[in-house]
Design a protein around this ligand. Structure first.
Ligand SMILES: Nc1ncnc2c1ncn2[C@@H]1O[C@H](COP(=O)(O)OP(=O)(O)O)[C@@H](O)[C@H]1O
Ligand SMILES: [Mg+2]
Length: 265
C-alpha cells in the first residue's frame, strides 16, 4: 500500500474496526438546544470506560443514541466496525433504574430470561439449558435465592442485581450500564463492580455512566468527561485531571464533591 494515499478517513476506519463501539459526530436534540453535540467516543476493547459529567450533561442521551434507542439529529455508530443492526446481539444494556416500571408483575427468573430472547426466538421453547443459564446468572450477582420473587418486591439494590443478571444472560461482548450504582447499598456496589471487572478480565468491554467521581480511578480504565460536548476522554491517568473536571463541572464541582447526589442524573 502506498502510505501517501492513506487518508484520515482510512485511519479512522481502522480505528473504528478495532473498537467495540465507536461514535462519531453524534448530536441529539429534544427541542431547540442540543442535549449532546458532535460527540466522538471510541471504546477500547477489554477496557472499562466511565462517562461522567454533571446532571443534564447528556450522559443517558449519549448511551441511548449510541445504542439506537433514540434517533440522533446527526452522527454514526459502529460496533466492531460493523453496523448496529448487524451487531446488536453483541451489546447488553442496563438502563437507568429510575426509568423502569417496577409495578410490572413479573418474576425475577423471567426478567433474566427476557435477556435471552435472541437465543430463544420469539416462539422458541424455553429449555432446561436456558433456565440453567438464567439461574447461573442470578447466582453470579448473588440473587439465586430470589428467582421466584416478584421484581417489584425487591430493594433497589436487588433490582439492579437482577438487571445485571439479565445482561449477563445475553452473553454479550459489550455491557452498557446507566448509573448502575445509583441508589444501591454498599454490598451491592461491591458485588456489581466485581462482576463488571470479571467481565473486563474475560476480555469484554464495559461502558457505564458513573456519578461518583471519587471511585472513578479505582473502578475504571478510561473516562469520558461530558458536558453536552466531550470535554476530555482517554485513560483515567491522563484525562481525569483537576483541570478537565473543572471544565466539565464548572462552578458545580465543589458542590458535586460535597454532595455526590447533586451530580447524579
Ligand atoms: N425525553 C426527553 N425529552 C426532552 N428533554 C429531555 C429528554 N430526555 C432528556 N432530556 C433533556 O436532555 C438533557 C440531557 O439529559 P440526560 O441525557 O438525561 O442527562 P444526564 O443523563 O447526563 O443527566 C437534559 O437537559 C434533559 O432535561
Ligand atoms: Mg442520566
Amino acid at each position: 500500500m502506498n502510505l501517501a494515499l492513506v487518508t484520515d478517513r482510512d485511519t479512522d476506519q481502522a480505528v473504528r474496526a478495532a473498537s467495540p463501539l465507536a461514535v462519531r459526530g453524534m448530536t441529539v436534540s429534544y427541542g431547540q438546544t442540543p442535549a449532546i453535540f458532535s460527540v466522538d467516543m471510541t471504546l477500547r476493547a477489554g477496557a472499562m470506560t466511565a462517562i461522567v459529567g454533571p446532571n443534564g450533561a447528556g450522559k443517558s442521551t449519549l448511551l441511548k443514541a449510541a445504542l439506537g434507542v433514540i434517533t440522533p439529529l446527526a452522527g454514526s455508530v459502529t460496533v466492531f466496525g460493523g453496523t448496529m443492526a448487524d451487531m446488536r446481539a453483541r451489546i447488553a444494556y442496563v438502563p437507568q433504574r429510575a426509568s423502569v416500571d417496577w409495578d410490572f408483575p413479573v418474576r425475577v427468573i423471567d426478567v433474566v430470561m427476557m435477556g435471552m430472547y435472541r437465543q430463544l426466538g420469539l416462539l422458541g421453547r424455553v429449555r432446561g439449558a436456558h433456565r440453567a443459564l438464567a439461574r447461573d446468572c442470578l447466582d453470579r450477582v448473588g440473587m439465586a435465592d430470589f428467582a421466584h420473587r416478584q421484581i417489584g418486591q425487591l430493594s433497589g439494590g436487588q433490582q439492579q442485581r437482577v438487571f445485571l443478571a439479565r445482561a449477563l444472560a445475553q452473553e454479550a461482548d459489550i455491557y452498557v450500564l446507566d448509573e448502575p450504582f445509583a441508589g444501591v447499598d454498599a454490598a451491592t456496589e461491591k458485588a456489581i463492580i466485581a462482576v463488571l471487572q470479571g467481565l473486563r478480565d474475560a476480555g469484554k468491554t464495559v461502558l457505564a455512566v458513573h456519578h461518583d467521581l471519587a471511585t472513578v480511578p479505582d473502578y475504571f480504565d478510561d473516562v469520558v468527561l461530558l458536558n453536552t460536548q466531550v470535554v476530555a476522554a482517554g485513560p483515567v491517568a491522563q484525562a481525569f485531571t483537576e483541570d478537565n473536571l473543572q471544565a466539565a463541572y464548572g462552578g458545580r464541582l465543589t458542590t458535586a464533591r460535597a454532595d455526590p447526589e447533586s451530580v447524579a442524573g
